[in-house]
Design a protein. Sequence first.
Length: 68
Amino acid sequence: MNLVHINGKDGDYYPIDFRIYDRESDGKTKNNHFLEMLIRAVADKRIKAKTVLFDSWYGSADNLKVIH
């Protein structure tokens, strides 16, 4: 899984975080990883985004509440 920041003007992008999804080894769902990466990007890395784009797989109610 990848979390990427795009500045929207120059088309430049850079990776913020990545994870290897392996529920058998860590017990985390894709939604768990998504939330952890998003929260870390905002809290630790101070990323400010006007828009968050993601695959519909991550469209759980909990994820949407955190984004809102």
